[in-house]
Design a protein around this ligand. Structure first.
Ligand SMILES: Cc1cc2nc3c(=O)[nH]c(=O)nc-3n(C[C@H](O)[C@H](O)[C@H](O)COP(=O)(O)OP(=O)(O)OC[C@H]3O[C@@H](n4cnc5c(N)ncnc54)[C@H](O)[C@@H]3O)c2cc1C
Length: 487
């Protein structure tokens, strides 16, 4: 009997020890990755404090309600509407609706061609046949760039590779309006990477592990996901971290107003752009392999200008686009009316144009995009409300999401997410397979939490009874299907 008694007694004392002094973790950043990490560790009975610099949660998930309806100024799509998507159980559980804008493998990524209206500079709609033909040519050009990649040991930009392909295959070159439509395809591609085609890596542009099921717009916005995960956590808003000290297996975190927090470990989820800017001081300094991963990973930029109108005066398509002689000058508006029923158009700008547009005042930016809209629809009414994101200059993001620059080492994401003793790193840029996405950031937060839990459990002599249970808990809801529509 005694050994069994001992075992149970030992277990109880372990539980008691954990209850008395569970390990403590500071999570820095209240975006989806930070909240997921905090939730997971809190579920595992750890003491968790989350420090967030802004006066709101969500980070690059930012659902604005000032139009009287949810408008996502950051992420708005679930990329990969399938059960393998790590966010699917939660979205199902919350009963959130998705509006599918594309199936798998669309040349336009999150859109299908069937619901597009493209307009030339003369204001005339481009025939759907031309749009489709140029789309097919673009696909052929991209296929040929893979051959260029195979022939060159060194990386180059996708633009360089496209030029080589067009030199070799003159029949793929486009002229006149078709050339401008091709620029528009490039513009859409630049929006996917949030970077210009002359900075996108030929080696890496198609290496992303894209989930199946196409792309679904979050009809009620992304914020309900954040809200559900954050419930009951110890969250300190308006706490901008300025310094992180690692000492004697402890982490001492100081925020801008001088307040200090101490814990056994920290999970850092601030955006890559913020780490690049060195606004957080590390003591001791981060090792060279981590510093070089931070500097070598690229950060792109994407901005949205949301316009609310009193009535709908535009055609019932998902996207309205304007073609131009350069991808920089092309533009497009997402028609939210189609997916949500609200009279809202969202203009999107990516890459250099996204940075340039941030140099304008809100009013100037709205004027610029309204001029684009009036080229397509001369009688377009004035918006009654507008919103303008500035992800590139916002000190709490300094960019929209990570991207692969030309000629950089292949192990950057692995190095970016690797821990430095009791400092763990999570966030979209720490997601090896799904960088730049909400589900990638979410999974990376859970992974960092699990790493951290294992290390601290070992150090504190805690049994593995309290494992991360987030996914398991939610997968009991598997019977509820994802709610997907397309009108
Ligand atoms: C315009 C745009 C469109 C996008 N569209 C999509 C999409 O449709 N689908 C998709 O899957 N993904 C999309 N993304 C990407 C997606 O939003 C991100 O990959 C994801 O939200 C990142 O989450 P995160 O937790 O890594 O970072 P964040 O959400 O940025 O969270 C980091 C947090 O750290 C905080 N912080 C910063 N500095 C400090 C500091 N010093 N101290 C404390 N806290 C700090 C920030 O305020 C922020 O809350 C889009 C992004 C943008 C900008």
């Amino acid at each position: 009997m005694e050994p069994k008694g001992f075992a149970i007694g030992g277990l109880f004392s372990q539980i008691e020890r954990q209850k008395l002094s569970p390990p403590s973790v500071i999570v820095i950043g209240g975006g989806i990755s930070g909240i997921a990490a905090a939730r997971a560790l809190s579920n595992a009975s750890f003491r968790v404090t989350l420090l967030e610099s802004r006066n709101r949660l969500g980070g690059r998930v930012h659902t604005d309600y000032s139009f009287g309806c949810p408008i996502d100024m950051g992420a708005s799509w679930l990329h990969g509407v399938c059960n393998e998507n790590s966010l699917a159980p939660l979205i199902r559980c919350l009963g959130l609706k998705l509006y599918r804008t594309s199936g798998d493998n669309s040349v336009l990524y999150d859109h299908d061609l069937e619901s597009y209206a493209l307009f030339g500079r003369d204001g005339h709609q481009v025939s759907q046949q031309l749009v489709i033909e140029v789309g097919e040519t673009f696909e052929r050009i991209l296929k040929e760039t893979v051959k260029v990649r195979d022939e060159h040991a060194n990386d180059m930009s996708l633009q360089q590779a496209i030029s080589i392909v067009l030199e070799r295959h003159p029949h793929l070159r486009q002229e006149g309006l078709a050339y401008e439509v091709l620029q528009w395809y490039i513009c859409r591609m630049e929006a996917w990477f949030a970077a210009d085609v002359d900075t996108i890596s030929l080696k890496n542009w198609d290496q992303e592990h894209v989930l199946t099921g196409g792309h679904g717009l979050m009809v009620q916005g992304y914020y309900p996901v954040i809200k559900a995960l954050a419930e009951g956590l110890d969250i300190r808003l308006n706490h901008r971290v300025a310094k992180i000290i690692q000492r004697y297996n402890r982490v001492i975190v100081t925020v801008e107003n001088g307040t200090t927090f101490v814990a056994d470990a920290a999970i850092i989820t601030v955006p890559l752009g913020v780490l690049k800017a060195n606004t957080i001081k590390f003591e001791p300094e981060l090792p060279e392999w981590k510093v070089s991963a931070i500097s070598d990973l690229g950060v792109g930029n994407e901005n949205k200008i949301a316009l609310r109108f009193s009535t709908v005066f535009w055609p019932n398509v998902e996207v309205l686009g304007t073609v131009a002689p350069t991808s920089y000058a092309c533009g497009y508006f997402l028609n939210l009316h189609k997916a949500t029923g609200h009279p809202v158009l969202v203009y999107m700008a990516a890459g250099r144009f996204a940075y340039d547009i941030e140099k304008l005042s809100d009013e100037e930016a709205v004027k610029l995009v309204m001029a684009q809209l009036r080229k397509m629809l001369p009688d377009a009414a004035e918006p009654i409300q507008y919103l303008f994101s500035r992800w590139g200059t916002d000190p709490d993001s300094l960019g929209s999401y990570s991207c692969d620059l030309v000629g950089k080492p292949a192990d950057l994401y692995e190095r970016f997410c690797a821990p430095v003793d009791n400092l763990y790193f999570a966030g979209e840029a720490a997601s090896v397979d799904h960088s730049g996405s909400v589900h990638g950031a979410y999974s990376s937060g859970i992974a960092a939490a699990e790493d951290c839990r294992r290390r601290l459990s070992l150090l504190h002599g805690i049994s593995d009874l309290f494992q991360i249970v987030l996914r398991e808990e939610m997968s009991t809801e598997v019977m509820v299907p994802l709610q997907i529509s397309r009108m």
